[in-house]
Design a protein around this ligand. Sequence first.
Ligand SMILES: Nc1ncnc2c1ncn2[C@@H]1O[C@H](COP(=O)(O)OP(=O)(O)O)[C@@H](O)[C@H]1O
Ligand SMILES: [Mg+2]
Length: 296
Amino acid sequence: MLQNEVIFVNNFAILGKISKEKITPLIFSYRGKSILFLDYETRLRFSVYRACYTAVPAEGCLMSQKVKSIIAEAKAQGRKKLLEHESMALLEAYGIPLAPYFFIKDESEINLAAEKVGFPAVIKIVSPDIVHKSDVGGVIIGINDLSSMKEAISKIRENVARNQPGAQVTGFLVQKMLPKGGIEVIVGGIRDPVFDATVMFGLGGIFVEIFKDVSFRIAPITEAEALDMINEIRSRKLLEGYRGDTPKDKKAIANIIVKAAQLIYENQEIKEMDINPVIAYQNGAYAVDARFILNL
Ligand SMILES: Nc1ncnc2c1ncn2[C@@H]1O[C@H](COP(=O)(O)OP(=O)(O)O)[C@@H](O)[C@H]1O
Ligand SMILES: [Mg+2]
């Protein structure tokens, strides 16, 4: 099998020479406006991907079309915040493992949701106006049957009406409840005015909020860099089997950080990304909540 060869160029004219000398396909990556590629695509038969220098599989591009259409719809509706199921779909498109979920608009669809997701389940409010769902009583966990699911929906409606009157209720996210024994970590990102897309990692709860124990990188990143990010934080010991707890799957977390970095890097409209929490286990790590704020 042929090895991939990476060639750095600082001049567009060299591309023509390379395309003649090297066996195709060639994948060319450039941090800039993809419009510059178009000209080269037609002249040199390059494929155009606005993507990082690691691999650019074609199906990845198809999935990124889904991301583009979700973002375009939110923008068309003037929404800065993606809805919960839209955020989950973005993660899914980038291959980030997550808890199975199903969006329902109201109680009438609980049978279908239970069939898709199973029990135990979690129900969450989906509203363009609510940012922190549990602060307004918008998350109920540990639902074990259909009647509790129905009750949970009424309870969430009541809580939201009391705690954030006037908030629009788009529907509810029914999610598989993940088992105990995991550690909650956060994978975030902001589009910095100087560095552009950046990615952040930290442990959930007080570690990020109070101790600001986080690590940052400029996106995109490799798996090795993501592992460095995990090993850089002071609270990493909690992931390594602290006081008899099982060690958590750093490779699975690193994989999520790499993909999240790619997601914010490739989609300029994303201003902020907060995957919080990702629940990390001895084997595997899964996102259960994500918030995306767009530049409108
Ligand atoms: N699918 C799930 N399985 C297990 N625990 C969950 C699940 N979804 C949420 N939780 C727990 O509930 C908390 C709040 O839910 P989350 O969706 O993060 O809402 P928000 O951050 O908007 O309040 C999470 O931090 C996590 O502890
Ligand atoms: Mg959350």
